[in-house]
Design a protein around this ligand. Sequence first.
Ligand code: HPA
Length: 281
Amino acid sequence: MEEFARIQKYVELIREKTDFVPEIAIVLGSGLNEFADKIDVVTTVKYADLPGFPTCSAQGHIGQFVFGYIENIKVVIMQGRIHYYEGYKMSDVVLPLRIMKFLGAENVIFTNAAGSMRVDYKPSSFMAFTDQIALFVPSPLIGENIPQLGARFPDTTAMFDKNIRDELILIARENNIDVNCGVYVQAAGPQYESPAEMLAFKLLGADAVGMSTACECIAALQMNMKICAISCITNYESGLNIDCPPLSHQQVQEMANKCVQDMEVLLKNLIIRCKQKKLFN
Ligand code: HPA
């Protein structure tokens, strides 16, 4: 099936279950699922209830859309990502995001777990994206041109909305939460980086590394969504020569779990304040 028809089919299937029109999409990263329990849930739609929909195999990724309210603001949460390392095509990886846009979400806040390549970006702190490097995975825009999604050759100069990021930094300061700014690089994974790879990423100008998000940001940019992306720093990279236990997915999830409360403070305030200040689309 042609890709745009596939997106439309799923939007229609979801419309049979709910007429909820979200304003903001939120994508939850590894270990951050609990945030979905903190909103006033209206309804959920499981990926598994949508025929042929990609499913999440990554541990800690539940695989459903959660529709609900933060105060009176309508949001949809992607509770569970599809990752490139699971063997999916990039068009599958960004399918849930594209669906959320066509359900009404003109804004997106991405979260993820990431490894730090800077001594001063400590585990349990956060990093707001100022820019990204997506050269190590295929672009989700490769393939047939889908004019309904947006430009064929989107300009990536200003992917991440500065006003929203500035608001995030303010909220972090007010609440004593350690949030830095930096450049995120997406690796294909699923293996973690070798010390030499991390040094290579650092030389390229990246501050944190993960296995998602940058490709999704490209898809969001094409659709003209306002974008904010926040990494939860779960670990130092091995090449930093900081004495750390060997890295595991469990360790990443546990650290992200510890950060859920801070993430909740950041996300809720960010959404409420950006709405008040009319910073969203
Ligand atoms: N590398 C890649 N992805 C990650 C990491 C990492 O160190 N930590 C959490 N996700």
